[in-house]
Design a protein around this ligand. Structure first.
Ligand SMILES: Nc1ncnc2c1ncn2[C@@H]1O[C@H](COP(=O)(O)OP(=O)(O)O)[C@@H](O)[C@H]1O
Ligand SMILES: Nc1ccn([C@@H]2O[C@H](COP(=O)(O)O)[C@@H](O)[C@H]2O)c(=O)n1
Ligand SMILES: [Mg+2]
Length: 481
């Protein structure tokens, strides 16, 4: 290492070498399969579907639907399935995983508590949900409420699908099952309405008499609702009052599911990751800048166009205030006022390529700089920072065109937080993100937003994004020639 290795000049020169948008990412990459220079950890492989490889398996969207007995869970699920008619949807009822009763238990069935978590084979339910989530089929047991037994002669074959709905009184009880869910719905219906519905249903459909339904309700159903079902309501993302009668809620839920299904899997996992809506224009520009033999002029031109789109999209996530203006007709137009407390921060050197687009969108915006330099294997080093003195009062647009391992991004974000910028006031803008980088940044900073134009497949052994576009800074600033 040269004597003046700590000087800015030396660091700048080094930084103009390969740009990884990150440093080492120990422990994440597994050994690569034979004949492959690309590796993706197994836990990521199933979670990642690349914009560049549409054939990669997509993760199903898992919805949990809970609520008291006869609250309308099954009815709500049926309505959601009807509205999602253009998707492959499967419904898994927790009831299917009731344990069959032993002969002794059957003889004293009035003393059996079907509303306690132990009445279900939760391990099997978990296995079923995990199998379906991984895209494999599963043979679901068939339960008979009249005999209190599972059928031994038949199963329900459930195939892979886009949406899996897990429905039952206690589907939020076990954290492992809960954690598989992308969305949790609690159907909230008054207890007296539920009892009336249950009475009618159990007499008609489940072969019961009035005394047994009322006795079971008082002895087991109601206490278990208070002890297990109601406490799990806190895990719900959405609470639907009045069950299937609530058409507005069901409409909103299905709209949300449609949006989610159109999104990249990582956006389902991390709600603060935004991939700008892909169009043929955007795909076309990506095709051009990713091509290795494109001219420098075209690389810069199309990168600038894409960067501008990402910046505009990122600005859309800033807060605004209402503003009224008078138009030349004398009428009042009620609009919004841009957020004024704003600044950009570019991660040198590639991030500087995004500054012009930010300046073009935000007149007079202050732009700070951070230089992170790798020195040796473990050498994460912050070499240089120049930030607005009042940065803690500003929303920050952090600029770096490629998110690879996420290490340098994390270091830059950490610095901003140390300077007093709230995590939720940081929007990280980039053109291409690797799944590894998204995991790395979003796990550590869940309140921060990432806006990107495409999510790529993975990192290779050299921590380069695949398929990626090579060294962005070199190609943009012409230092690769
Ligand atoms: N909004 C509603 N109005 C009237 N009856 C309903 C309504 N929703 C459900 N039911 C009836 O109540 C009973 C229980 O509904 P269901 O959806 O099976 O509840 P859950 O699955 O929560 O036990 C069923 O007989 C169903 O037809
Ligand atoms: N053999 C059984 C098994 C379960 N139950 C009752 O079913 C209820 C759950 O189903 P919902 O559709 O109402 O959610 C639960 O409250 C059990 O009491 C039963 O009666 N007999
Ligand atoms: Mg039901």
């Amino acid at each position: 290492m040269p004597e003046n290795s700590s000087s800015i000049d030396y660091a700048m020169e080094k930084a103009s070498g390969p740009h990884f948008s990150g440093l080492r990412f120990d422990g994440l990459l597994s050994s690569s399969p034979p004949n492959s220079s690309v590796s993706s950890p197994s836990h990521l492989r199933s979670a990642v579907s690349s914009s560049s490889s549409p054939e990669a398996p997509k993760q199903p969207f898992v919805i949990g639907v809970s609520g008291g007995t006869a609250s309308g869970k099954t009815t709500v699920c049926d309505l959601i399935i009807q509205k999602l008619h253009d998707q492959r949807v499967v419904l898994i009822n927790q009831d299917s995983f009731y344990r069959g009763l032993t002969t002794e238990e059957l003889q004293r069935v009035q003393e059996y508590n079907f509303d306690h978590p132990d009445a279900f084979d939760t391990e099997q339910l978990l296995h079923c949900a995990e199998t379906l989530k991984s895209g494999q089929p599963y043979q679901v047991p068939i339960y008979d409420f009249k005999t209190h037994q599972r059928r031994t002669d038949a199963f329900r074959q459930v195939n892979a699908s886009d949406v899996i709905i897990l429905e039952g009184i206690l589907v939020f009880h076990d954290s492992r099952v809960r954690n598989l869910m992308n969305m949790k719905i609690f159907v909230d219906t008054d207890a007296d309405v539920r009892l009336a519905r249950r009475l009618r249903r159990d007499l008609v459909e489940r072969g019961r008499d009035v005394d047994s339904v009322l006795g079971q309700y008082a002895k087991f159903v109601k206490p278990a609702f208070d002890d297990f079902v109601l406490p799990s309501k806190k895990y719900a993302d959405v609470i639907i009052p009045r069950g299937g009668d609530n058409h507005v809620a069901i409409d909103l839920i299905t709209q949300h599911i449609h949006t989610k299904l159109g999104q990249h899997d990582l956006c389902k996992i991390y709600p603060n990751v935004y991939v700008i809506q892909s169009t043929f224009q955007i795909r076309g520009m990506h095709t051009l800048i990713r091509e290795k033999d494109i001219s420098k002029h075209d690389f810069v031109f199309y990168s600038d166009r894409l960067i501008r789109l990402v910046v505009e999209h990122g600005l859309g996530h800033l807060p605004f205030t209402e503003k009224q203006v008078v138009t030349p007709t004398g009428a009042v137009y009620t609009g919004v006022d841009f957020c004024k407390k704003l600044c950009g921060v570019s991660i040198i050197r590639s991030g500087e390529s995004m500054e012009n687009a930010l300046r073009a969108c935000c007149k007079g915006i202050k732009i700070g700089k951070i230089l992170i330099h790798r020195d040796g294997d473990d050498g994460k080093q912050l070499i240089y920072e120049k930030l607005p003195h009042d940065i803690s009062e500003r929303h920050v647009l952090l600029l770096d065109p490629v998110l690879a391992t996420g290490n340098s991004a994390n270091q830059a974000i950490e610095l901003l937080i140390q300077k007093g910028v709230p995590e939720s006031h940081i929007i990280f803008l980039n053109l291409i993100s690797a799944p590894e980088g998204i995991h790395c940044v979003c796990k550590r900073f869940p309140a921060l937003k990432i806006v990107t134009s495409e999510i790529d497949q993975c990192l290779n052994q050299e921590f380069r994004v695949i398929p990626g576009l090579g060294e962005f800074g070199d190609r943009y600033f012409g230092t690769d020639e």
